[in-house]
Write a protein that binds this ligand. Structure first.
Ligand SMILES: [Zn+2]
Length: 320
């Protein structure tokens, strides 16, 4: 501890000035931690009106979340934006955004980042921040510009502001699409419904609701999911033929074939596909409720605790 003019001065590694947390090495990792927490606190307050089954509509959610989050992240981003060179920083921003995406998409909390961002219609924030930094650097003629998140491209020196924005928006979309394509395998069920980010943006809005988000993600009443979180001792479908994944339920299972669409090429943008997904997911939940009522799920839980294998689809054992 130092003593300056009779005042005790406590040394610190960081200092907050005009809302930016500066650290002694100008890494700005502490600042990113600070804004991540700030966004989480703000969003937690909004969560009351953002429930999965009720509350504000999709557009209102997006406007409110964007309004809270974007302003906080973009503030002084040209100062602290160099922190994007650390993978841990990008990871932490995406982890926070995953939470806000799940609110906008009415999805479960363990939704994957890449899918949640497309479903919510929210481009990766780290790319939005980088776009802002590049735009600022070009305007101020700070060359060469630093690319960290998006794929770099040569910016024409005489590009007008409007042309630059068009180029950057296009690059952001391409980089977002690459993130989705690289992280969601080509045989993943989501790719049937959302072939690419560019496609999703062209559709304007995917209008997710609670059931539709589950149908896309495979969360909710699917045995494959319930098995994964330890609520079933088997992931198998009631038809007994295969694991109850969304792909099995929606594409092949005979139990959920009513009004099944023949053509899936339009993905989530097709109204008949949407209606079918919602109806079949509802049917799964109704079956789940019936089983809960009949006590079958209780029997499964007891069996599971006792380590007795069960098919997940079999009949309830006699109560004798
Ligand atoms: Zn089946």
């Amino acid at each position: 501890m130092l003593n300056v003019g009779g005042q005790q001065v406590i040394p610190s590694q960081t200092m907050k000035y005009l809302g930016v947390v500066f650290d002694s090495k100008l890494k700005y990792i502490d600042h990113v931690d600070y804004i991540n927490q700030k966004v989480r606190k703000t969003i937690a307050k909004l969560a009351i009106v953002f429930q999965n089954t009720f509350g504000y509509g999709n557009t209102a959610r997006r406007i409110m979340v964007k309004g809270c989050m974007k302003a906080i992240y973009l503030y002084a981003s040209v100062v602290w934006g160099s922190a994007l060179r650390y993978q841990s920083v990008i990871k932490s921003i995406r982890a926070t955004q995953r939470k806000t995406n799940s609110i906008c998409a009415r999805a479960y909390k363990d939704v994957g980042y890449e899918i949640s961002s497309v479903l919510a219609g929210m481009p990766p924030l780290d790319m939005v921040i980088e776009k802002r930094i590049i735009s600022y650097s070009v305007r101020k003629k700070y060359f060469p510009v630093m690319w960290t998140v998006m794929e770099p491209f040569d910016i024409p020196i005489n590009a007008t502001e409007k042309a630059l924005q068009i180029m950057l928006n296009q690059r952001l979309l391409e980089s977002w699409n690459k993130l989705y394509m690289d992280n969601v395998p080509v045989n993943h069920w989501c790719r049937t419904l959302i072939p690419s980010v560019e496609w999703a943006v062209r559709c304007m809005e995917l209008r997710p609701n609670f059931l539709l988000a589950q149908a896309v993600m495979g969360h909710g009443a699917f045995n494959s999911y319930l098995f994964k979180i330890g609520k079933r001792t088997s992931p198998n479908c009631k038809c007994g033929l295969e694991v109850q994944t969304p792909e099995h339920v929606f594409k092949t299972c005979v139990l959920y074939s009513e009004s099944r669409p023949d053509d899936w090429s339009e993905g989530l943008s097709s109204e008949s596909v949407r209606q079918y997904l919602i109806r079949a997911t509802k049917q799964l939940w109704e079956e789940e409720k019936e089983e809960e009522k009949s006590g079958l799920n209780r029997v499964r839980r007891i069996r599971s605790r006792a380590g007795v294998p069960n098919t997940g689809a079999g009949p309830a054992p006699s109560s004798r």
